[in-house]
Design a protein around this ligand. Structure first.
Ligand code: UD1
Ligand code: UDP
Length: 361
């Protein structure tokens, strides 16, 4: 029986890449399945190229759709593969529809499930990701929790302790390794984007709660104005595909202030360099909150909650929603903070730990 690593979106490709490499390095046969939930070149293939990942053995070509459509297609596709391939355990990462759909299909066929990044909770069930996290954790056989806090979240929901493993987060493995490569390959990005070290803000936004409602989306544009005025620095905004389509559909694209440099999603190495050299990182992304913390850069999260409170505990992240006063205070506080904490997501050996737990017999 083989393991299957299942990926579907940008962050899953990035965060699973160290584990994929490890299976190859150890010469352990595994099946790589891509649902293709993300499919645009700069949300998908670019990361296979940069990270030199092998072509997936199977591609489900699921693409976009409503939650039910997307999850349903994922379940049908994964079920077929689990019936035709001899797979003993699937590995899924994070909180996307790819994760929950795959886990549901596996659970019904009594195929084991390893959930990487288990136990995270925003305690906000209006987020589709929170529903995906809760369901996946409760049907998983191995919960690979990044922190003690996430382990406690799982325990508090009655998940048996012998299914829970405290291993750190594979994003540390990915960030530390790829930042070193990025320094060699992508430092020219500041020049090509006409940005100066520590004199620009980096912004990403894609949460449905922030970008799907036109009123919230307009507020986000107003916040961009506040940020550029307060800091006196421009914003670089690599726009997520979801956000771009919402800005276009609502006609709000033309209201984005001139001090905001809009670009399409960029490659991972360039993005890591841009995070490291930004004066502030504004985001609603999970992975970007973690990377900012790992790279020791100030992060301001444009949400009312986070499932990554460890980043706040070490003083690297402030949760501000869309509250202008909180944003201003966060900029002052973070500018004064010493980023000399122990990274809360481990030391970069999470993939090894997961591999060892799965292959200990
Ligand atoms: C998904 C995940 C989210 C994760 C994010 C990472 C779910 C419920 N959401 O959100 O948890 O944080 O990925 O980026 O699983 N689109 C394209 N090209 C693509 C993919 C999407 O143009 O390659 C557009 C389509 O208009 C699509 C929209 O983006 O309808 C949203 O895509 P979808 O995969 O549903 O959700 P994301 O917002 O990307
Ligand atoms: N990222 C990237 N290019 C970009 C924006 C983000 O390579 O233009 C990477 C980033 O380094 C991080 C991941 O994408 O590893 C985060 O993905 P996203 O914000 O889409 O998803 P989330 O983490 O919120 O699920």
């Amino acid at each position: 029986m083989k393991d299957a690593i299942i990926i579907g979106t940008r962050p899953e490709i990035i965060k699973c890449s160290p584990l994929i490499k490890l299976y190859e390095q150890k010469r352990v046969d595994f099946v790589l399945i891509h649902t293709n939930q993300h499919y645009s070149f700069n949300m998908d293939e670019i990361f296979f190229e940069e990270l030199q990942l092998r072509k997936p053995d199977y591609n489900l070509n699921v693409g976009s759709g409503s939650h039910a459509e997307q999850t349903g297609k994922i379940m049908v596709g994964i079920e077929k593969l689990l019936q035709s391939e001899k797979i003993g355990c699937i590995l899924v990462q994070g909180d996307t529809n790819t994760v929950m759909g795959s886990a549901l299909a596996a659970a019904k066929l009594q195929v084991k499930i390893g959930h990487i990044e288990a136990g995270l909770r925003s305690f906000d069930r209006s987020m589709p990701e929170e529903i995906n996290r809760v369901i996946t954790d409760h049907i998983s056989d191995y919960l690979f929790c990044p922190t003690e806090r996430s382990r406690q979240n799982a325990l508090a929901e009655g998940i048996p302790h012998d299914k829970i493993y405290l291993v750190g987060n594979t994003i540390v493995d990915a960030t530390l390794r790829n930042y070193e490569i990025a320094k060699e390959k992508a430092t020219s990005v500041l020049k090509s984007m006409e940005l100066q070290d520590n004199k620009y803000n980096l912004l990403t936004a894609h949460r449905p709660a922030n970008v799907d409602d036109p009123v919230r989306l307009k507020q986000l544009i107003d916040i961009m104005q506040v940020i550029t005025t307060e800091t006196g620095n421009p914003i670089l905004f690599p726009i997520h595909v979801r956000t771009k389509s919402r800005l276009e559909a609502t006609g709000l694209l033309k209201q984005v202030p001139a001090q905001v440099k809009l670009v399409d999603p960029i490659g991972y190495w360039e993005f890591l360099i841009l995070e490291k050299h930004a004066s502030f990182i504004f985001t609603d992304s999970g992975g970007v909150q973690e990377e900012a913390c790992i790279l020791r850069r100030p992060c301001i999260t444009l949400r009312d909650n986070t499932e990554r409170p460890e980043t706040v505990d070490v003083g690297a992240n402030a949760i501000v929603g869309y509250d202008i006063d909180k944003i201003k205070k966060a900029m002052v506080d973070l500018a004064a903070h010493k980023f000399d904490y122990v990274i809360p997501f481990g030391i970069g050996d999470t993939s090894e730990r997961i591999f060892d737990i799965l292959h200990k017999e």
